[in-house]
Structures are given as C-alpha cells and as structure tokens.
Design a protein around this ligand. Sequence first.
Ligand code: ADP
Ligand code: MG
Length: 616
Amino acid sequence: MADIIQLLPDHVANQIAAGEVVQRPASVVKELLENAIDAGADTIKLIIKDAGKILVQVIDNGKGMSTTDARLSFERHATSKIRNAEDLFQLHTKGFRGEALASIAAIAHVELKTKQEHDDIGHVIVIEGSKVASQEVVVTPTGTSVSVKNLFFNIPARRNFLKSDTVELRHVIDEFHRVALAHPNISFAMYNNGSESFNLPISNYRQRIVNIFGNKTNEKLVPVEEDTEVLKVSGFVGKPEFAKKTRGEQYFFVNNRFIKSAYLNHAIASAFEGLLKNGTHASYFLNLTVDPQTIDINIHPTKTEIKFDDEHTLYALLRSAVKHSLGQFNIAPVLDFERDPNLDTPYSYKGDASNTPKVEIDRSFNPFQEETHSRAKAVSYKKEATENWEGLYVGLESKGNTSEQDFEEVHFESEECTASIFDDNQVEQKNTTYQLHNKYIVNTIKSGMLVIDQHRAHQRILYEDFLKNITIKKAASQQLLFPLQLHFSKQDIEIINQLKDDLEHTGFVFSDVKEESSVAITGVPVSVPESEVSIILEQLISDVENEVPDSNFSATDLLAKSMAKSLAIKTGQSLQKDEQEHLVNKLFACKEPNVSPTNRTTFITMSVDELDKKFI
Ligand code: ADP
Ligand code: MG
C-alpha cells in the first residue's frame, strides 16, 4: 500500500496551534500585552473595538524589531526569548513558546508596525490567514503596534462560538487587569470603542490597585510583606469586613505572572479562618517571587497554571505571612507566627468553614399557655416511644442504612410534631405543616404527604413576583431615610447601568449613578432589607458576568433569578407555623410551582400507598 502520512502545511499547523492559544479576543489581548512587556516598554496602550471581535490593537514603546525579525516573528516556534531547553528553567520573560503571533496570524488579519530606536524608518507587515499580504517601510514611532482584526474570520464556527460583547469585554478587561496589576511600573491605557476605559499611570502597587478598583479600595487593603530564602511575598489582602460574596478580586502573581492556584488560594482562606462571614471570600493581590528554577510554567499553553517544586513550604509560608499581617494590623486577635510551618500543612478538614452554633428559639412558646401541658406530656410519650424504637432497632443495625445518629436527629428535630401527634386534641387536625431539619416543610395532603424544599420554593415565589413587577412596572418601593451610598468598580457600575430600568421596576430607586464608582439608592423593593442591598447587587453583578445575558429578555430573567436567589429563605432558617403555611400557599399559587427558577424540583409527594408499601 502507498504511504499515507503527510506533514501538515504550515498554515494548517498554525490554525491547529491557534486553537490552543487563542480561545477568544481576551487571549489575543494577553499575548500582545505580554509581548509588549517583554519588549521592555514602559507605556502600553490597548485599543478594543466591539469587545475585541473587530479589533484588538496594542501599541508599545518597547525595543521594536528589525525587518528580518518582524517577518520571522510570525513563524511558528520563532522566539527571541529562549535558545535551548535549559533556558526554560531560567525564564524572565512572559513569552517563550514563539507560538502566539504565528497562531494569531493564522486566524485573523494582522498588521504589525515596528521600529527600533536607532532606525529612522520602520516597517509595516500585513498578514492575513498566515499569508503575507504586504511588507513596506513606514514612518512610525519607536516601538511596536500590532493590530489584530476580524478574529476567526476564516473559522466561522469559532467566531459564532464567541459570547456576547458584554461577556467578551469582561474577559478582555480581566486580562488587562491581570497584566496591569502585575506591572505597576508600566503605564497602561485602555480604550474601548473610542472611549477611554482605564488610564493607569506608573505608580506604586497600592495606587495601581486603587486606580483599577476605585478609591474606596484604599482603606480595605492590609499590606503583606515577607522575605524568606525560598519565597518573597509582597502585596495586600482585603480586610475581612470587605470580603465579597464572589471570588472577583483574588490575584496571585508568581514572578510577575498571573497564576491560578486552588492550593495557594486555600492557604489564604485558612489564614482568614474564623474572620470571614460564611460564604464570603477574601480579596488578595499578592506577588510571590521565587527562584525561576523552582517552578515549571510549561504545563499549559495559556500559562495560568504553574508547578512548584515545594508546594507545602510555599503554602505554610504564605499562610503565615497573611496571618501575621492580619494580626499586626489588629485584624486577627491571635497571632501564631512562631508556629512550626510544617504543622500548617493543610488537612482536608481545615478547609471546612467553621460552624457557628445555632441557638433556636421557639418564639411562639408561652409558658402560661395551655399547650405547656400537652408539650410536657408529649415529651414523656416521646421518651417512651424512643425507647421502644431503640428496642426494635437492636440487632438490625447491620441491615438498614440509617445510622443511629440519623434517628436521634429525627427525634430531636421533630419534637414539635411529636407533640402534636400525641396530643389527643390535635390528632384530628388536618393539613398541618411542620419543618424538618430547618430545610423542608412537610405538609399533610389528602393522598399522603408533601415535602417542600423551603429555599427552592421561596426562590420560585420571589422569582415570579419579580418578573411580574418588572413586566407591569408597578412594584412598591420603600423610601430610605438616608440614601444608601454604595461603591463599585467602573465595570460593575456599567452593569448596574444596563440593568437600571429593570431594577427600578422591582422597586429600587437610584438617585445617582456616578460614572466614577458610586451609586446612591434612595428606595428599595419592600421585600428587600436595607442591609442586604449591597449583597444583592454584588450577587447580581457576578451573575450577569457569569451567565451571559444575550438579550434584554434574558437579562430581565437573570435579574429576577439572581434577586430571588439572594433573598430566598435559606436552608437552615427556622420558620414559624404561619410562615410555613404562607410559603406552601404562595408556592401553589405560582405558575410553575414544581420547579425552582433554575429548574430544580421544589417539592415531592408521598402517597399513603407508597408509605404503606414501606411498612410491609
Ligand atoms: P514569544 O513571545 O513566545 O517569543 P510570540 O509569537 O509572541 O512568541 O513573539 C515572537 C517574537 O516576536 C518574540 O520572541 C519577540 O522577539 C518578537 N516580538 C513580538 N512582539 C513584540 C513586540 N511588541 N516588540 C518587540 N518584539 C516583539
Ligand atoms: Mg509572546
């Protein structure tokens, strides 16, 4: 048989490589910004059109390229940054694969203008889908400008796969933040569709963070500084009281390169142990400097993952450094900096958030009521019953899955129910509800019983309420005595602006949305406590960022979902009888009572027949 193996032509190989390197406009932004930094620029400008789908341009004042280099830079594996494999372990540059420009040129229209300082005149090269369209001389300032137009013009499937402009722009801004935060000694500007989004002068690290995230950030930052033989840490963590519901502001840089590391993130979380409200995440902006020989960045083409030789030590040092700072700045009461770092290696249980013991109060309890009597009686009945059950249970342990502990819990939690079961006067009463494990509402119905997930059910109720209010535009609003002034980053304000109309229809009243960084709220929906407003808006912003609302309709839907999620009664919340009944009634008045807004089951029923079967 004839030979069938062929070498792929370069442009095909480049397109394949592009799939790895370029997923979206933000990937182009990252590669171009990093090249500009590697070229030693101290002023870098990023220009974006239509979230980068039409244009991503990066202009730098770095060292530029010679004619030959300019041409060569588009070849695959063409790099000036490493010469042999050993260099991989001595990396001081961002790039090293020599893949980015070749990949980008395979899937877009690229124009490169570049001039070196000692030359009078520069060069411009136009490349479209890996083919050089033109190469000429041009008058241009020292440095390099790379324009990438019409990304994925020759791969329609990839182009269609791109998300809405809002989402793609969000990714672009994220990349821009990461690079700008890693290099406060370089001035960055970003322009989006002709208007300036960021202008970040050369500054110290604190100022850079403040310039990006808004003036209010300044008071949140606690400096972290630690210098050991293996690791140098510098940067800031956010004070615990400013912790966010979302993981937005968490940045690790290793040797000035943004990385993601769940392991190191855990080190920070454990340093904050006991200081954060449940469900919130600390902010951090930390630069780690380690010997380049002790890390391997070569594991992923997009290079946000990294391998450390000695992760355990880094974990311990980082945790101690953060704890030390929190202690020093009087934020954490205990300081255990002297502790042997080896003791600090994480065990799985360390990640578990601490549980505050919950005190439950029966608000309806009145010692002078008749009920006292029956309650006391019930308790004694119950004891008896338990003993009997335990008698039955002996010897059966190995058969059932139910552990003894489960049994105990059931008795404890359903005490009130036991009371009513054994109270002769109430035996006849129909349609009673009770709460199980502060999670489910159990209700008797004609055919048997109904078990409702309180959190999901309430989400459904609120969701339909919000949707209705938004559509009929007549929600009630409660006026605040003092306007609530909330601070957000510039992009977050942009999102609030987009959702402003819908938010107002739910009952919010905004007196002022400043472009800069703050929102003044003078009215809130009646169902929303003032203290929850910032959490709700924060959750909403993060949902919008993550969920891609493509149309107006889906933005409204998302808003209703997000607010319902934030405001719904939580699992673990104890409810009074009338609250339980109200919830059941409201749920069944909904259009789609059987699923939550995210399509999860809200209730199940169990018929007496089914129960009977279980007792065979
Ligand atoms: P890498 O950055 O991995 O080396 P790239 O494909 O991103 O690979 O770039 C190829 C080469 O082109 C670089 O090694 C560098 O020599 C040159 N280059 C790219 N961008 C610039 C720039 N903005 N200024 C100067 N040289 C550049
Ligand atoms: Mg590069």
